[in-house]
Design a protein around this ligand. Structure first.
Ligand code: ZN
Length: 53
């Protein structure tokens, strides 16, 4: 069973990958928001720039 990813924090480099993953997991159109919290990217160790939900 797939894990749901309701929110994905991502840096600039991983935005496209995060959108793909979001669509695969949730089968819904993602909304791209500016991340305003100090969260790390889900794919690397950088500080995230965007929050996809
Ligand atoms: Zn990243």
């Amino acid at each position: 069973m797939k894990e749901k990813h309701e929110k994905i924090y991502t840096c600039m480099e991983h935005v496209e990958q995060a959108i793909d993953d979001y669509v695969n997991y949730n089968e819904a159109a993602p909304q791209l928001n500016k991340a305003d919290e100090e969260e790390k990217c889900a794919y690397c160790q950088k500080t995230s720039e965007y929050l996809i939900k």
